[in-house]
Structure formats: structure tokens, C-alpha cells
Design a protein around this ligand. Structure first.
Ligand code: TEU
Ligand code: CA
Length: 591
């Protein structure tokens, strides 16, 4: 065959194309069988959530702070995570631990100063870690200057920064408040003989997003933080921001589901597109909605790239499993139905298989500790089940949001007395039960499973007093089990939950199949085992998870296991076969 002689520059072009296609560092191109998963840093990232109040106290006042986080940046970097999401660090009277902001551009005095923030941001960026802050813009604190002005008179320029209902029109249509003792979202204010709206506590008045001045204030504030170098925002109850300000009686289709009504306001997506246009698209940042009230039917409206709104959202369906309907956070004695769990997470995977992108979490500051809620915190099973749950979180097709302390296998503190609680939600709901002559012991028993303070106890650094979190009196009690559950004890142990988490993060970084790979569920009706594969560009990993304490067998159908090799597992030795599982066994096999 005639030898093809290419002109010199064409040959160079061919060579450069060949080199580009084979060089180490060219961004991975997703497998053509899973279109829509264009690579992005926030899709490949592992996000580590820190509740600043409980991470590390540097000055002995018993409250975690920014200098405390700075002192632990090397620990954070040692985890291998890429992004840190900090719960609110802004000025706040802390009625709801920072989710009631009195100055969006100031640092909460207990947490430190703006210089501390700048040092923290630099420390993170120097270590290749991005920083995401918490945008709490559905409501502010009632101690914000805007609200002080707004409530002062009906003709104050800031009046319409919030939702007011003049009393002469009678009581406004009922709206639900999550934290009000009577769940009543309208608070009468005598100063101007009017009611103001608060979906959360009375000290968290809802901002009026229908007012373009409010939107501009929020957008300007976001740009202020992005101009400082912040890498993104988690957006608190962002689906709630648009409100029908005529406040009609609840439309029939929403009877019994106020959250769905809140999350489907008339201008929600117009405002999010506005936010993207004026703020988000101007920076290389990530955005994640707290997707309260969002379902698979509405998720794409928030996160599809062509919507030009947000990058990601997290839903509440998984963390809502296993509670009795109609009762406040009361665990179902039957526990969590694993077929329901697997069906739900498989559904959310398929929702984002072609477009959009998902997130995955089992714990955060609003949730109890995942090892208590979804694993087994009994001494003989706590480490095993903690590693099993971490394996799930780090091998699904979604950005993992991993909650601080879960890498140690920290578990619920299970307070016996309401006096030990600090969370407005627990305190006010207890008062509600008391006001109605309800069963307070039943409430306290249920809170041992579902209370948010279970996930907010101070980080357990070592076995010194207060787990090395503070030299003072901790704002919230430290779990007594810190003597044997702490980071220092686990650093030295290669088989600890901490080092297993590090190995999981490393594996996910190495194997893009665990990020972008096609997800296939096996043995969907197995009541104990969650088994799935992740396939991408010729590589297939099998993940098998036993969520129960009994040994279990998974039916892996026609999977070719002849070349299966375990790459990671929570038992020292691989089981005899991938489908054979010991108590709470987790294993990742390369096929
Ligand atoms: O949470 C929204 C919210 O509704 C949760 O409070 C959750 O529904 C509730 O805790 C279930 O018990 C966000 C923040 O994550 C939360 O910490 C704040 O308390 C709330 O908004 C108000 O800002
Ligand atoms: Ca402190």
C-alpha cells in the first residue's frame, strides 16, 4: 500500500492529537453511554461538612471557632476531601445556631473576625481545598437592621423587605412554622398592628423575595463573598424563597403538604435564573440547594445545565425513611426497609443518569448520626456499620456530602433530659407536647433517635477532657464515648474508621468509574444487601453492602465474577465470594 506521506505540520498535528489523547492529565471524557455527565470539579469532589460551633474551640469559651478550624486544616487535608461546606459563620444571635443572620457580611463574634476568615480561606486554598459557605436568604434574624427598620413603621423604606399582614384585614390564612411552639408562622407585632411571616422561629422573619431590592441585596452579598474567593454556596431552604404575597387559603392540592406549597412558589425559578445570571455564572463556583420539598418531578428544574440555575441539590427522601407518619420524628419500630431504601436511591440515580447531577448524604447538622440512624451503634457493630455506610456514600454516582465526625463513627448522644438540648426545634416541640398534655417521655425517647443535637455534639479529637474540643465548658455536651471514639486513637490504627474513610476517598479519586460510571442495581428485593455495579470505560466495580447483623447472600445474577478482586473492604480478609456477606460487611470488588 502506498506509504502516506503527510506534510510536516500535519504530522505534527497528528502527533499532538495522539499525545493529547494519551497524556495523563487530560480531563476524563465520560463514557458515551452516560451522556450529560460532562466532567466538572464539583461532580468529582468529596464535600466535607463542618458545623463550626462543634469542630474545635481555640479560646476556651466552649464554642467552636474559625481559629479552631485553622488549627485543624492539616487534619482536614489528610482526609483527602476537596471542598469544605461550613454552616453559617455570619453575625447571629444564634436563636437557630447561625441560621438567623443579623449581618450577612460580618463574622459571628463567637467564631472570630474577618481576619480569621481570611486566614481560614487562605489556609484552605493553600491546601487545595475549596470553601463553600451557607446562604441563608429565605429569612434573616429579627435583629438584622433590615427587620428593625421594617417593623418600626408601615411606611419605612424597608417595610417590604419582609412579609407583613395588616391586622385590620383580620388573621391571615394559616401558614406552618417548623419551629414555632404552635407551628403558627404568623407573629402579631403591636408596634405597627400587623403580623409578620416566619416559616421558622419567630426570630427568623421571612424575607420578601418578591421585592427586587431584597433580591439585589442578596445578590450583592453573594458577590461580596465570591470576590473574597469563596468557592460556592449551600443554599438554605432555597426552594421556599418565592411566595404568593396575597396569602390565599392553602390551595386544595397542597392540603396536608405545606412544604410542597412552600417549595413551589410562583417566581422561584425566575429568581434562581436571576441569581445565576447576576452572580453564579460570573465565578467558577458551585451551588447546592437544600432541596426541601423537591421531588424527582421537580429536581431537573433546579439543576439541569440548560436551566442556568444551580449545580446540585440534596433531597430529604432518604433521611425521612423509617419514621412513623404523622408523628414528630418518631422512629418506626420496624426500622428502615432496605428495599425501600435501595429503590429510593436507585430512583434518584436514574433521575440524573442523563442530565443534571445528584448528591448523596446520610448525615448533616439537621440529622442524627448516620451510624445510629442507618447502621448499628452497638459496640460490636459500630465500626463495621460506619465503614459500610461510608462505602455507600463514596461509591454512588453523586457528589458525596460527608458530615464531620462520621469518619470516626461518632454516634447519637441520646440525651435523657430536655435540659441537655440546645436546639430550638427540640426545645419548642417539647414545649408543644407539654402544652397539649402529651407524652413527654415518648417525645424524649423518640428524640434519642431523631433530634438534630445528636449530630451536633463536639468533635471527638482525643481522650483528654471534653475530647480535646475545648478547655472550657462545651456549649453542648460531648458524648461520653469519646474516651474510645476519637481521632487520635484512630490515627495510629490502620483499620480504624478514620483510615478506612481516607482509603475510600483515595479509591474514589483514583477510579472515575465510581464518579461517572453507570449504576446497575442487583438483587433489588434482598432485605439486607445493597449490591450494585459502577461501569465506566471498560472498568466495572461491584459494591456489596450488608445493612444487617446477620450473614447474608446476594444474588448477583449473571455477573461474571471469575476475575473478581476485592479492592477495599471493612473486614481484614475478603470473603469467599462477592455475594457472601458477614455482619455489616462492605466490599468493593473490581470485576
Ligand atoms: O433546614 C430546613 C429544614 O426544614 C430543616 O430544619 C429540617 O426540615 C428540620 O430540621 C427537620 O427536623 C434548614 C437548615 O438546614 C436548618 O438547620 C435550619 O434550622 C432551617 O433551615 C432554618 O434556617
Ligand atoms: Ca471558641
Amino acid at each position: 500500500m502506498k506509504k502516506l506521506v503527510l506534510p510536516r505540520n500535519a504530522a505534527l498535528l497528528m502527533l499532538s492529537i495522539f499525545l493529547f489523547m494519551n497524556c495523563e492529565n487530560n480531563a476524563p471524557t465520560p463514557d458515551s453511554t452516560v451522556p450529560g455527565n460532562k466532567p466538572a470539579w464539583w461532580k468529582e469532589a468529596v464535600v466535607y461538612q463542618i458545623y463550626p460551633r462543634s469542630f474545635k474551640d481555640s479560646n476556651g469559651d466552649g464554642v467552636g471557632d474559625l481559629p479552631g478550624i485553622i488549627s485543624k486544616l492539616d487534619y482536614i487535608q489528610s482526609l483527602g476531601v476537596d471542598v469544605v461546606w461550613l454552616n453559617p459563620i455570619f453575625s447571629s444571635p444564634n436563636d437557630d445556631n447561625g441560621y438567623d443572620i443579623s449581618d450577612y457580611r460580618g463574622i459571628m463574634k463567637e467564631f472570630g473576625t474577618m481576619d480569621d476568615f481570611d486566614a481560614l480561606l487562605k489556609g484552605m486554598h493553600d491546601r487545595g481545598i475549596k470553601l463553600v459557605l451557607d446562604l441563608v436568604a429565605n429569612h434573616s434574624s429579627d435583629e438584622h437592621e433590615w427587620f428593625k427598620q421594617s417593623r418600626s413603621s408601615r411606611d419605612n423604606p424597608y417595610r417590604d423587605y419582609y412579609h407583613w399582614w395588616p391586622a385590620e384585614k383580620g388573621k391571615p390564612a394559616a401558614r406552618y412554622s417548623f419551629f414555632d411552639v404552635n407551628n403558627d408562622a404568623w407573629k402579631y407585632d403591636s408596634l405597627t398592628d400587623a403580623y409578620y411571616l416566619h416559616y421558622f422561629s419567630v426570630k427568623q422573619p421571612d424575607l420578601n423575595w418578591e421585592n427586587p431590592k431584597v433580591r439585589q441585596e442578596i445578590f450583592d452579598m453573594m458577590n461580596f463573598w465570591f470576590d473574597k474567593g469563596v468557592d460556592g454556596f449551600r443554599m438554605d431552604v432555597i426552594p421556599f424563597i418565592s411566595t404568593d404575597t396575597t396569602f390565599p387559603q392553602l390551595p386544595a392540592q397542597y392540603h396536608g403538604d405545606m412544604v410542597a406549597y412552600y417549595a413551589n412558589g410562583p417566581h422561584l425559578h425566575e429568581y434562581l435564573r436571576d441569581m445565576n445570571d447576576q452572580v453564579l455564572r460570573r465565578h467558577d463556583v458551585m451551588s447546592v440547594a437544600e432541596g426541601i420539598g423537591v421531588t424527582t418531578a421537580t429536581a431537573h428544574d433546579f439543576v439541569d445545565a440548560d436551566r442556568k440555575e444551580l449545580n446540585m441539590l440534596y433531597h430529604f427522601e432518604g433521611v425521612s425513611l423509617g419514621y412513623l407518619p404523622g408523628k414528630f420524628k418518631t422512629p418506626d419500630p420496624k426500622g428502615i426497609d432496605m428495599v425501600q431504601f435501595k429503590t429510593l436511591y436507585s430512583k434518584w440515580d436514574s433521575v440524573f443518569a442523563e442530565r443534571g447531577w445528584g448528591t448523596i448524604y446520610l448525615g448533616n447538622h439537621d440529622q442524627p448520626r448516620m451510624v445510629t440512624r442507618f447502621g448499628n451503634d452497638a459496640p460490636e457493630y459500630r465500626e463495621l456499620s460506619s465503614k459500610m455506610l461510608s462505602t455507600f456514600l463514596m461509591t454512588m454516582r453523586a457528589t458525596p456530602y460527608y458530615y464531620f465526625g462520621d469518619e470516626l463513627g461518632m454516634c447519637n448522644i441520646k440525651f435523657d433530659r430536655i435540659e441537655d438540648y440546645r436546639d430550638i426545634e427540640s426545645i419548642n416541640m417539647y414545649q408543644q407536647v407539654k402544652n397539649h398534655g402529651g407524652d413527654l417521655q415518648e417525645f424524649l425517647d423518640a428524640q434519642k433517635t431523631g433530634a438534630r443535637d445528636n449530630g451536633r455534639t463536639p468533635f471527638q479529637w482525643d481522650n483528654s477532657p471534653h475530647a480535646g474540643f475545648t478547655t472550657g465548658a462545651p456549649w453542648l455536651k460531648v458524648n461520653d464515648n469519646y474516651l474510645n471514639i476519637n481521632a487520635a486513637a484512630q490515627e495510629a490504627n490502620p483499620n480504624s474508621t478514620l483510615n478506612y474513610f481516607r482509603a475510600l476517598v483515595k479509591l474514589r479519586k483514583q477510579e472515575k468509574a465510581l464518579v461517572y460510571g453507570k449504576y446497575t442495581l442487583y438483587d433489588k428485593d434482598n432485605p439486607a444487601v445493597y449490591a450494585y455495579t459502577r461501569s465506566w470505560e471498560g472498568k466495572t466495580f461491584l459494591v456489596v453492602l450488608n445493612f444487617k447483623s446477620d450473614t447474608a447472600v446476594a444474588n448477583l445474577g449473571s455477573l461474571d465474577l471469575s476475575k473478581a478482586k476485592r479492592v477495599l473492604g471493612n473486614y481484614p480478609d475478603a470473603n469467599s465470594a462477592p455475594g457472601m456477606l458477614r455482619a455489616y460487611e462492605a466490599a468493593v470488588w473490581q470485576l
